[in-house]
Design a protein around this ligand. Structure first.
Ligand SMILES: *Cc1c(COP(=O)(O)O)cnc(C)c1O
Length: 382
């Protein structure tokens, strides 16, 4: 029988064709074999190396197999109630998604129609831009100003077809943040005309005194949406669970675009347990990050590198040589960092704060790699 001929290409919209598929990194076992290392320090994804709070880990361990055969709660009922109680909002103000990544898509779908655009920074978490563009909406990108979101630049890029402004607070990867005063001033200027998303994926890591809790501003600014996630501080990245909080009238609209059953049962139950864990895990994680950041800032500066470090569990450093080359060399030593050239920071790397031994391995090997590639030192050695 002849094969049916299909012109698949002609069925694909141009805005999808323009888009290159994302190439995720290989699983750890494949990477270890490829680079020939027995251990791998993962410092590429801002995960919490302390894992999840013990009670959440217990939920995962004890998840009853028969529950795997039953659909999860379609609206994460218990988790929404628990979040509402913790955040002092009403459950109707919360939507849980398959990672914060999914709630980004919900908001874009709810507000953008053909010809609309979103506004965000050029060097920030790339998913806002990607989701907008492969959905057929323009992403208007505003250059960072001193590594930070530029309030006036954002306002200048808004036009008649703008629907949503995405602010990453603190910004991944630069760690810069808007103070409460700056955020309020921006929201006052927006004056309710557009949706403002504040992505607080690193909220639980933030220790700066003037760092604002966006959720407390929702009552005054009903056009504000706040994103949070269980992937970073709560160490549940593999279960994929995040959420948004907004005013009841806004969330009611976004709820129309929600994909039912996208959040699995283990994730919902582990997240409830994580929220109710005593403060031990959070403070231990914050201590580890504070110490690790100080260590990294010192060591990287001693290597003569420009370092950008702020809130969040990561720092960036600018290399005098190719980030891709350094990545390969570090991987051979079992150290995995994030190359940033693809994120418009040519030859920068981003390093997630981890255990002392991981950070020491990272800076020690990085130092050697830089030394070996330094042409002057190469000559000295003859
Ligand atoms: C990691 C991250 C997220 C994604 O969180 P998931 O819940 O894992 O999808 C969202 N925003 C920022 C800024 C992040 O760094």
């Amino acid at each position: 029988m002849p094969m049916i001929s299909v012109n698949i290409d002609s069925l694909v919209p141009d805005f999808v064709k323009r888009f290159e598929p994302y190439v995720p990194s290989r699983p750890d076992d494949v990477l270890k074999r490829f680079y020939g290392c027995d251990t791998l320090y993962r410092m590429n994804n801002n995960e919490n190396p302390l894992g999840s709070p013990p009670s959440a880990a217990e939920v995962v361990r004890k998840f009853p197999p028969p529950s795997a055969s039953i659909y999860p709660s379609g609206d994460s009922f218990h988790l929404c109630n628990e979040l509402a109680r913790h955040l002092q909002v009403s459950p109707e103000q919360v939507i849980v998604g398959n990672g914060a990544n999914e709630v980004i898509a919900f908001v874009i779908k709810a507000f953008c129609r053909e010809g609309d655009n979103i506004v965000t920074a050029d060097k920030t978490f790339a998913v806002y831009e990607w989701l907008a563009e492969f959905s057929g909406f323009e992403a208007r990108l505003v250059p960072l100003r001193e590594y930070s979101f530029d309030e006036q630049g954002l306002l200048d890029h808004i036009n008649a077809r703008t629907k949503i402004i995405f602010i990453c607070n603190p910004n991944n990867p630069t760690g810069t943040y808007w103070s409460r005063e700056q955020l309020e001033s921006f929201l006052d200027q927006v004056d309710g005309r557009w949706i403002v998303v504040v992505d607080e994926a690193y909220f639980e890591f933030c220790t700066a005194r003037d760092y604002p809790d966006g959720i407390r501003l929702i009552e005054r600014y009903p056009n504000l949406v706040v994103f949070r996630t269980f992937s970073k501080m709560y160490g549940l990245a593999g279960l994929r669970i995040g959420y948004l909080v907004g005013s009841p009238e806004l969330v009611q609209e976004v709820r129309r675009t929600v994909v039912v059953y996208s959040v699995n049962s283990v994730a919902q139950q582990a997240a409830v347990a994580a929220l109710n864990d005593d403060a031990g895990h959070l403070s231990r994680s914050r201590d580890m990050v504070a110490r690790g950041k100080e260590f990294l800032e010192g060591e990287l500066s001693a290597l003569g590198l420009e370092v950008v470090s702020g809130q969040g569990n990561f720092v960036m450093a600018k290399l005098p040589i190719s980030d891709a080359y350094v990545y390969q060399k570090l991987m051979a030593k079992g150290v995995m960092v994030r190359t940033m050239t693809g994120f418009r920071f040519p030859n920068w790397i981003r390093i997630t704060i981890s255990h002392p031994e991981a950070l020491q391995a990272c800076t020690r090997h990085l130092g050697r790699i830089l030394e070996q590639s330094d042409p002057d030192k190469g000559r000295e050695r003859g």
